[in-house]
Structures are given as C-alpha cells and as structure tokens.
Design a protein around this ligand. Structure first.
Ligand SMILES: NC(=O)c1ccc[n+]([C@@H]2O[C@H](COP(=O)([O-])OP(=O)(O)OC[C@H]3O[C@@H](n4cnc5c(N)ncnc54)[C@H](OP(=O)(O)O)[C@@H]3O)[C@@H](O)[C@H]2O)c1
Length: 299
C-alpha cells in the first residue's frame, strides 16, 4: 500500500485525491481500490477519474457505481485512458457503509436511523415519565458517536418537553467539530430555557407533523443522514410512513412492566403486518445490548 485516503466531509477532498497525494510518484502503474466509482465532474472538488489518469495508475477497482448522474461514468474516462477497470468488489459492504449518501443521491431524501434506548421489555420511560438513564455510560457514549456521524438529530416536542435534551455531541477524548442540526417537530412552544435552544448548535423548529415534509425540509438544508431520537409518537409516524431506514436499539438488562413503549401507533394492527427487520449486528456495549437492524421492504 503506497497511499490511503478517505472522504471525511462534503466539500472536502475526495479519497482518491488524498490517496494520490499520499502515494506521490509511487502511484504510477499501481492499482487504486475505491468504494465509489471515481467521479468525472468538477464539483466542489476536482474530478477524481482524471486525477487517477494523470497519476499514471494502471488499474482501478471500485465497489459501487456512482448513482449521481452528474458525477457518474468516471469509469468511462478511465477506460478511454487505457486503465483497466473492475467493478463490484465488496459491493454489499461498501453500499452499507455508504448507505446514507447513496440513498440521498438515488431518492433525494435523507437516510433515517431511528435510535432508542429501552428496557428488555421495550419501555423507553417509566410510568411516571422518568427515563434517565435507562442504559449505561458505554451505550450513551455510543449514541454520541452516532450523533457525530449524523447531519441532523430529530425529536418531537414530547421528548423536548419531557427530557429537555441538549442533543449535542459530547465525546471525551475525541476531537470533533461536528454539530448536527437539531430539529424539534411539533406545535407546542418550548420554554426559552430549553437546552435544545442554546447556542451549542443550530436548531430548527418544524410545526408540520408529516414525516415526509420534515425530511423534505432537511434535504433542502443538505442533510444526508438523520438520527431520529424522538419518542414513540414521532417514531410511530416515521415507521407508518415507511421512512425509517435503519433501527439502532440499545436494550438494557432491566424490566419496567408499566411505562412508555418504544414505538407508538405505526398503523400496524395485525401480526402479519408487522414491520420485519433484518438483523445486521448484535453487540454488547458496556452492560447493554445494541441491535442494528434494517427494515425488510418489498415483501
Ligand atoms: N429512551 C428513549 O430512547 C427515549 C427517546 C425519546 C423519548 N423518550 C421518552 O418518550 C416520552 C415522550 O414521548 P412522545 O411520544 O411524546 O415524544 P415525541 O414523539 O418526541 O413527541 C411527540 C410530539 O411531537 C409532536 N409531533 C410531531 N410529529 C408528530 C406526528 N407525526 N404525529 C403526532 N405528533 C407529532 C406532537 O406534539 P405537538 O402537539 O406539540 O405538535 C407530539 O405530541 C418521554 O417520556 C421521553 O422520556 C424516550
């Protein structure tokens, strides 16, 4: 390996540019392995396909074709220049790790991850409304990593009023400049003292309950990945609208019996209509269990 790189943020240098700079003249006659087909357009950065040609790379192996009509077909630029091009290596893994951007590019709407923390019997708050802290410190740290990878964090007024969360990114020992947009959906006013209204990040207040309208408003603000941290009402509305792309559940080894269930009315009233999920991973995080699952659609 003579050079490596990754695309850290929109508008920043693409992986190819960084890897070629890292490799210098040693890139000549080499093979470039990339997750996404090298772009052929000049956007916020220079075209990567041409940069690979100019560096004298002999072979390019990419996992997933670029679905962006403006940037796509960089492979043609490479082939015309005599570079050997192969497509499809580890395509599934690359598509999963780049799911948010691929979906946003293909459909125009942001990728939604619904995250919740519940007891083993699926309660996200006790009967008296208390919910802090269901899961332990390690799981909470993990949530901050999720936030750091998101462009927007969405809750309903119910959660804002009950829990008064700040929705910021706190990762002791990790430097991050990420400040996801905070979004509160609902019509009830928030007190001026609400932590979500402080100046630690921007906050958007939306009164339209329709999840599709919420996502449209976020797409207009260049949001690619959404972390839905709302309560059961908002989560139910997103599930009912088929607008949840991934579920991250933190399950604590505790039982409440009575209390608020993780998901409210999602328009599902019989077992055959249950939203089935494919389990992507199950991990122990501190004392809790994290399950990442993806809805199985089109059945
Ligand atoms: N453990 C966890 O992971 C977790 C996470 C979040 C919340 N919670 C708990 O959940 C409870 C709050 O539940 P919640 O369901 O009230 O919270 P929520 O879903 O965050 O907020 C619900 C409110 O949002 C507004 N809203 C936005 N979109 C809506 C839609 N499509 N349909 C209906 N209403 C919509 C409504 O308020 P308006 O009348 O103002 O429009 C509604 O009352 C609290 O006890 C909190 O602690 C737990």
């Amino acid at each position: 390996v003579v050079g490596t790189g990754f695309h850290a943020r929109a508008g920043g240098p693409h992986a190819e540019a960084l890897a070629l700079a890292d490799a210098g003249p040693r890139a000549r006659a080499g093979t470039a392995f990339v997750t996404l087909e090298p772009c052929r357009h000049t956007g916020r950065t220079a075209p990567c396909a041409q940069a690979l040609v100019d560096a004298g790379v002999a072979r390019v192996v990419f996992a997933v074709a670029d679905p962006d009509p403006v940037a796509a077909h960089g492979a043609d630029v490479l082939r015309v220049a005599g570079i050997l091009v192969e497509e499809g290596l580890l395509a599934e893994q690359a598509a999963r790790s780049n799911a948010a951007w691929l979906q946003r590019t293909r459909t125009g709407r942001p990728f939604v991850t619904w995250k919740y923390a519940a007891t083993l019997d699926g309660r996200v708050a006790a009967a008296d409304g208390t919910s802090r802290w269901i899961t332990g410190e390690a799981a909470r740290h993990d949530v901050h990593l999720l936030r750091a990878r998101s462009d927007a964090i969405v809750i309903g007024t119910g959660t804002a009023l009950a829990d008064d969360p700040r929705l910021d990114v706190r990762l002791p020992g990790v430097s991050t400049s990420r400040r996801p947009l905070r979004v509160v959906v609902g019509r009830r006013p928030l007190p001026a003292s609400a932590k979500v209204l402080d100046d630690s990040a921007l906050t958007l207040l939306l009164t339209d309950h329709d999840p599709a309208s919420v996502l449209k408003a976020l797409a207009e603000r260049d949001v690619v990945s959404v972390l839905l941290e709302g309560g059961p009402t908002l989560a139910g509305a997103f599930v009912a609208a088929s607008l949840v792309d991934r579920v991250v559940a933190y399950l604590a080894p505790s039982l409440l019996g009575a209390g608020v269930s993780a998901l409210g009315d999602a328009g599902i009233d019989t077992i055959s209509a249950a939203l089935r999920l494919h389990v992507d991973s199950v991990d122990v995080v501190g004392d809790d269990v994290r399950i990442i699952a993806t809805p199985v659609r089109g059945e």
